[in-house]
Design a protein around this ligand. Structure first.
Ligand code: G4P
Length: 290
């Protein structure tokens, strides 16, 4: 799956992106990093910590509507133990977004206290959104802006072209997110990103990818998956994943001439159903490799 390295990011592109983010970072007090709650490891950018240095950060575990709830709680706990504030959100419905302003206030509390000490009555905190493609950055921005329709007027000192939105009292957000690349030099990371549809399908071997997904699902045995394809839980223990794909295709009547099973169609369907959480709310990556 090394082809995926060439799709979106080239060294020149990465340098340009980094520069853009660095210049936006100068304008903000804190960063909101959006990651995918189903793959909290693979959906993070490997260089973000270095880029933002010691700026306070809030992690948004997005798409939590499609992730396992217990796993999401474990991730929040995992980040908390590292001193990082993380919240679970669903930027499609807007669920969880009301926690955002208080999460930012919590990570900014020391700075806010200092500003107040200096005599500032209502200090304004500015944030920017960062994340890899497709993680939900635009959805987040749209939802926050719609909820709090208020554009900040041009002010002296604020770089032209940058637009700010007031999204809560004393909290302004930069309208353009920083788009970061994932850690694509790791095969497993590439696979997990592909499971969720974060990288384009055209460059991947769909059947191979669906077999890898079944390798994982087979062990997890999600109830929705078992019920959907009317499988026996015990059947999953010793079955080869390609054979399982064939069974799934057959159950759906996906046949080609001669009665052979159309495994490519079955693979596309399986990935599609996984990506829309029809196989259950599945978290692929657990903290501490659990
Ligand atoms: P980006 O700016 O980071 O690139 O991501 P964007 O907001 O465009 O979101 C990418 C896709 O993920 C969109 O789906 C969006 O609707 C979906 N999405 C974002 N947040 C959530 C979430 O919390 N839950 C779910 N279930 N989906 C989410 P799309 O198929 O590209 O478009 P559409 O379905 O909105 O038409």
């Amino acid at each position: 799956m090394s082809e995926m390295q060439t799709i979106q990011w080239f060294p020149g592109h990465m340098t340009k992106t980094k520069r853009q983010i660095q210049s936006s970072l100068k304008l903000v007090d804190a960063v909101a990093e959006i990651i995918d709650a189903r793959i909290p490891i693979s959906s993070r950018n490997p260089e973000l910590a270095k880029l933002i240095q010691n700026k306070p950060r809030v992690i948004l575990l997005n798409k939590c509507d499609m992730a396992n709830q217990t796993a999401t709680k474990m991730w929040i706990d995992y980040f908390k133990k590292q001193g990082i504030t993380a919240i679970a959100v669903d930027c499609k419905s807007g669920r969880g977004l009301n926690q955002f302003p208080s999460a930012v206030n919590a990570v900014m509390s020391k700075k806010i206290a200092k500003l107040k000490e200096k005599g500032m009555v209502n200090p304004t905190i500015r944030i920017m959104i960062v994340g890899i493609p497709n993680v939900g950055k635009s959805s987040f921005i749209n939802k926050m802006v719609k909820k709090n329709r208020a554009k900040v007027e041009d002010r002296p000192g604020v770089t032209r072209g940058n637009q700010w939105y007031t999204i809560a009292k004393g909290l302004e957000m930069l309208d353009t997110p920083g788009v970061l690349w994932p850690k694509f030099d790791d095969k497993l990371v590439g696979e997990h990103l592909a499971f969720t549809g974060a990288v384009k399908d055209q460059i991947l071997d769909i059947e191979l990818l669906s077999v890898r997904l079944l390798d994982f699902i087979k062990k997890l045995k999600p109830a929705d998956f078992i019920a959907r394809f009317k499988l026996e839980e015990t059947d999953l223990d010793n079955i080869d994943s390609y054979e399982l794909l064939q069974i799934i295709g057959k159950k759906r009547g996906m046949l080609i001439s001669g009665g052979e099973i159309d495994t490519e169609r079955a693979a596309i369907m399986l990935l599609d159903e996984f990506r829309s959480a029809k196989l259950g709310r599945i978290t692929v990556e657990m903290p501490y490799g659990e």
